[in-house]
Ligand binder design. Structure first.
Ligand SMILES: Nc1ncnc2c1ncn2[C@@H]1O[C@H](COP(=O)(O)OP(=O)(O)OP(=O)(O)O)[C@@H](O)[C@H]1O
Ligand SMILES: [Mg+2]
Length: 342
């Protein structure tokens, strides 16, 4: 051996000892021939206690019997690879406690013949912080669910207060105005209900929302009940709360209008609510009805009535474009992009 080789060996020996991962060298019989400082501290042994011992000493008892056959399998086709791919591996300390590990095994040729070099990562801390993050996430989920639940309850209280107030009012027009306000409140409350009932608090399942909203809206315009059918098409549409609230209010206004103004004379007919979302997150919402047309000469931009003013305001908030077809069928179409600042 040359002087340089001796220096290199000494240098590699030092690196083996100091490297901040646990390393153990095992011979083909499964005896430990060498381990570094971190392997000692990780398993809680002194080097002398382990040299010459079977590597199975460092494995929980219940896995020991299977280990020699894994070693023979590795020796018959040696190549660097992670040990026990796909399985959760555990190490066993001197005091009997167990801890999660990840192990890489490598064949090495040494002066003393072929050996297996195992590189061992103690995953205890990583697993603990994963658990901490998991439980923090669960708590955040619980809190969000609770917030949506409370917002929904508070909106329901306002709804009931307006009910009580309506009982004291004789004027039909005023009662109608209160009912319209109640419907607006309910549409917001249903968005929160849909959110706290879903698994994903960031996304409103619009199909679920419409299925809850529209029958109730029909009930509140009972004069049309029985002869107007509502058809919902909203497969796979999921909207973030920022878009879901204005969009829900727009549906509320436009379907109310269809019920109120499209079918005043007890005509039979249909209302269609379609919402589609494409792969680039563009949403197209359309509300159509085959009842009476929008009165000729009525300027929808300048109607001065609350409903359409609200629709225009919310359309702006969504950075949406609104198209109106006045008859056959009457159709309001709204197109917007998810994720625009509101
Ligand atoms: N789907 C529709 N079919 C026929 N006419 C409609 C339709 N939508 C709106 N209109 C007409 O447009 C007008 C304005 O609608 P808008 O929603 O602003 O007011 P409103 O429904 O009368 O009252 P509110 O402010 O309570 O909504 C209505 O009064 C009605 O004449
Ligand atoms: Mg209206």
């Amino acid at each position: 051996m040359t002087v340089q080789q001796i220096q290199l060996d000494a240098y590699l020996g030092l690196a083996f000892d100091r490297i901040p991962v646990a390393m153990i060298v095992v011979n083909p019989e499964g005896q430990i021939t060498r381990l570094n400082q971190l392997a000692e501290t990780t398993f809680g042994y002194q080097s002398e206690e382990l040299i010459g011992k079977k590597v199975e000493t460092l494995i929980p008892e219940r896995y020991r019997h299977a280990h020699p056959s894994f070693r023979h399998g590795f020796l018959s086709a040696p190549s660097a690879r992670p040990m026990g791919a796909g399985r959760d591996l555990s190490g066993r300390r001197k005091d009997g406690s167990e801890f999660p590990v990840e192990i890489g095994i490598n064949p090495v040729e040494t002066g003393e013949g072929p050996m297996i070099l195992s590189v061992i990562l103690d995953l205890s801390e990583r697993k603990q912080s994963e658990q901490r993050i998991q439980s923090a996430l669960q708590q955040k989920d619980l809190l969000l669910r609770e917030v949506h639940h409370r917002v929904k309850n508070n909106l329901q209280v306002i709804h009931s207060l307006l009910d009580l107030q309506a009982l004291k009012i004789r004027d039909h027009e005023l009662v109608g105005m209160l009912r319209d306000s109640q419907n607006r409140i309910r549409s917001m409350s249903l968005i929160h209900q849909t959110l706290y009932q879903s698994h994903d608090f960031a996304q409103v399942d619009f199909d679920q929302f419409l299925t809850a909203l529209l029958p109730r809206l029909m009930e509140s315009y009972e004069s049309t009940a029985g002869h107007v059918a509502i058809h919902i098409r909203a497969k796979e549409v999921k909207l973030p709360i920022n878009e879901a609230i204005p969009c829900g209010l727009i549906v509320n206004e436009l379907v109310s209008n269809a019920l109120k103004h499209g079918f005043q004379q007890q005509q039979r007919g249909s209302i269609w609510v379609d919402i589609r979302q494409d792969s680039s997150d563009t949403v197209e919402l359309s509300i159509s009805n085959d009842g009476a047309p929008i009165p000729e000469g009525l300027d929808l931009q300048q109607s001065g009535t609350l409903g359409l003013q609200l629709v225009h305001l919310l359309t702006q908030q969504l950075h949406a474009e609104l198209q109106v077809q006045r008859t056959l069928p009457t159709r309001f179409t709204l197109r917007f992009q998810i994720g625009m600042p509101t």
